[in-house]
Design a protein around this ligand. Structure first.
Ligand SMILES: *Cc1c(COP(=O)(O)O)cnc(C)c1O
Length: 383
């Protein structure tokens, strides 16, 4: 099977020149807000755009509160902390994710515990998890313990891979049974709805990212989302050096973090957020075009949203048949021909810092890692 077939389909959409994986789109609105920000002198960690961005974001996702921070990893770190993750806890998470999910757990001296994903969503498989917890854990004093390690399994971080929502309803039922807190890693899924409700609004707290390659960007940035005012206030306190409010005194009541998003970045975010509807329509348009081009092509399947998910299609995904296409050969040829493409992440259980962490059977993860690649996904004009 010739790889040039795949290359031609992608060039059909983006033209013959170099094609990046994902590029941000800016218009005059971004310039206007940033200019206003610079003119006002308020470019750093205090200013009206931070507050506006937090309010606009909370209202967009349909949660009570948002706390803007320096990046998505910091958002995950703090989301886990305010949800009660403590040193020596275990936190369940998919083996198939970006390393930030595992790092954030480690920052709290907790241990990632890897679970398998489903073919339908590319995210955590709640049914497989239920079977696993039945054998692998026991309940004591209302907490779920890992039989093997004796540690508390405190929380789970479902991640909505490439913008496709995890089966959240089933997951919540399993987590309620075992008293496991759900903290969503919605870094890739801003704008994605699960059964008509935005991802990022299901967890006790959730994290989103506004890195340069995400669906909207603040340059670098992230946010903690929650419906709980007490948790939101605590997140704000922790991310602003845990300073006790006072006109001039430097009082800090615990170890805090300097994680607050600067006003300049928030200004960019306000402008980007206004265009979410446009971006989502453009991403859908791209999906439809790719769908037509790859339809019926042997050995390649374009991944499309599961039934429960109205996805933002952040990154377009091809699932290769390894008997026809060898992943690395495809990637090499695509990149050699000016079409930026990359493999799905190396599973976390194979990375040096995490290769001794507890893990369930990861056969789906193992299979998918050989087969999934991401292809150019920048928004295209809606015809
Ligand atoms: C992007 C991303 C993050 C972290 O975001 P940063 O802003 O880059 O720190 C976390 N988890 C996942 C799954 C991501 O894709």
């Amino acid at each position: 099977m010739s790889i040039s077939l795949i290359i031609n389909q992608i060039k059909e959409i983006y033209g013959p020149n170099f094609i990046p994986l994902h590029e941000p789109t800016f218009t005059n609105k971004e310039l206007e807000y940033i200019t206003d920000c610079v003119s006002s002198g308020w470019v750093s960690s205090v200013g009206k755009y931070v507050t506006k961005f937090e309010e606009d974001l909370a209202s967009y996702v349909g949660v009570k509160r948002a706390v803007a921070v320096v990046n998505g990893t910091a958002a995950l770190h703090i989301a886990l902390k305010i949800c009660g993750v403590q040193p020596n806890d275990e936190v369940l998470m998919p083996a198939l994710t970006f390393v930030a999910t595992a790092n954030a757990i480690s920052y709290l001296q907790a241990t990632p515990h890897f679970i398998d994903v489903s073919y339908d969503t590319l995210g955590v498989d709640a049914t497989k998890l239920a079977t696993y917890l039945k054998q692998q854990s026991f309940m004591k004093d209302g907490h779920c313990y890992n039989k093997e390690t004796g540690r508390i399994i405190r929380a789970i971080v479902p991640m909505h891979t490439f913008g496709h929502a995890v089966e959240l309803e089933t997951l919540q039922i399993v987590c309620d049974e075992y008293n496991i807190v759900v903290v969503e890693d919605a870094a890739e899924s801003l704008g994605t709805q699960y059964k008509g409700k935005m991802t990022g609004s299901f967890g006790k707290a959730s994290a989103v990212s506004f890195n340069g390659n995400k669906i909207i960007t603040t340059g670098g940035g992230g946010a903690i989302l929650t419906n709980d005012d007490t948790l939101a206030d605590y997140a704000k306190h922790l991310t602003t050096t845990a300073k006790v409010p006072h006109t001039w005194a430097y009082e800090h009541d615990e170890v805090g973090y300097n994680y607050r998003m600067p006003n300049l970045n928030a200004a960019l975010g306000c402008a980007q957020l206004e265009k979410m509807t446009t971006f989502l329509a453009q991403k859908k348009e791209l999906t439809e075009r790719y769908q037509k081009l790859f339809k019926g092509m042997e050995g390649v399947k374009l991944f499309t949203q599961p039934d429960h998910s109205d996805s933002n299609y952040w990154l377009q995904t091809l699932v290769l048949d390894p008997s026809i296409y060898e992943r690395d050969q495809v990637l090499q040829e695509l990149n050699d021909n000016g079409v930026m493409a990359r493999p799905i992440w190396t599973p976390m259980n194979e990375l040096k810092p995490y290769d001794t962490c507890p893990a369930m059977d990861l056969s789906v993860t193992e299979d998918l890692k050989k087969r999934i690649i991401n292809i150019p996904s920048s928004p295209v004009e809606v015809k």
